[in-house]
Design a protein around this ligand. Structure first.
Ligand code: ADP
Length: 258
């Protein structure tokens, strides 16, 4: 019987960055999107891979409508937004976004590998990957399947979160993927009425974590109504907060991978 011809992977991706946390709800997907957008705004060619298979939320954060998967020759085409960001998510493959992905390990691993070998990303400067949470086998599959250049770890300044993030950072070390640095989300809150800045969590949890792993704090993102409304209302690109956050993320990422 004839074997199907093995297709060559046509993707040329200069930098693959994984965005990881350890604990759910700290803003990993939000930071993935903001980082990708920040790099796009600097003129780079950027893709986002939503590899958080069981908790895929990138399409919702980016307001992507239900997408009919398209095929480009032997490959799956990613969605391309108006601003030119290429996106792929498991949500595009299920009937509706509330449908759970109840797949066992081997099937999940296969899907992850297809996101690399079967998606026509083309030439990109950065592919930003929203990692599966924690130290699960899916996270390990991503680390083994993608030639990652480094991880950005997202954390919040709470000791409970730091401990769990530290576990994921140790896993990255063991898998020999460099830690590029930490993004502290929900660092502080700026009162929309009086402008006062309040740090309602611990003071220097993230700095302690950075010291422990010999890495650095790349950016601090405040808790804000604007970011809380991102999934429902989108981002105001003109706001001071958005510009500052995007600027920090783009600068730090480009510098760390230079
Ligand atoms: P994760 O991917 O870690 O589970 P998400 O990025 O999905 O986290 O964020 C969890 C929730 O917190 C979402 O509703 C998101 O809009 C909100 N969120 C994230 N970062 C911020 C922030 N800096 N300020 C306000 N809300 C935020």
């Amino acid at each position: 019987m004839n074997q199907p011809e093995k297709k060559d992977n046509p993707n040329k991706i200069r930098h693959l960055i994984g965005v990881m946390s350890g604990k759910g709800g700290v803003g990993k997907s939000t930071v993935t999107y903001l980082t990708a957008l920040a790099l796009k705004q600097k003129g780079y060619r950027v893709g986002i891979l939503d590899a958080d298979i069981t908790g895929a939320s990138i399409p919702r954060i980016m307001h992507l409508p239900k997408y009919e998967m398209k095929v480009c020759g032997d490959f799956i085409c990613p969605v391309e937004t108006e601003s030119g960001l290429k996106v792929m998510s498991i949500s595009f493959l299920v009937d509706n976004e509330e449908q759970p992905v109840i797949w066992l390990g081997p099937l999940l691993s296969k899907a992850i590998r297809q996101f690399w070998g079967d998606v026509l990303w083309g030439e990109l400067d950065y592919l930003v990957i929203d990692m599966p949470p924690g130290t699960s086998d899916v996270a390990i599959t991503v680390m083994q399947s993608f030639p990652l250049h480094g991880f950005i770890f997202v954390t919040t300044p709470q000791d409970l979160v730091s401990v769990v993030v530290a576990r994921s950072m140790q896993m990255a070390e063991r898998m020999k993927v460099p830690v590029l640095g930490l993004v502290e989300n929900m660092s502080y809150f700026i009162c929309p009425h009086c402008g006062e800045k309040t740090k309602f969590f611990g003071q220097d949890e993230t700095e302690k974590l950075a010291r422990q792993f010999g890495t650095e704090l790349l950016a601090q993102i405040p808790t804000s109504v604007e970011l809380a409304r991102l999934p429902s209302q989108g981002l105001n690109l003109e706001s001071k907060l958005t510009r500052e956050v995007l600027d920090q993320l783009a600068r730090a990422t480009v510098q760390k991978l230079a």
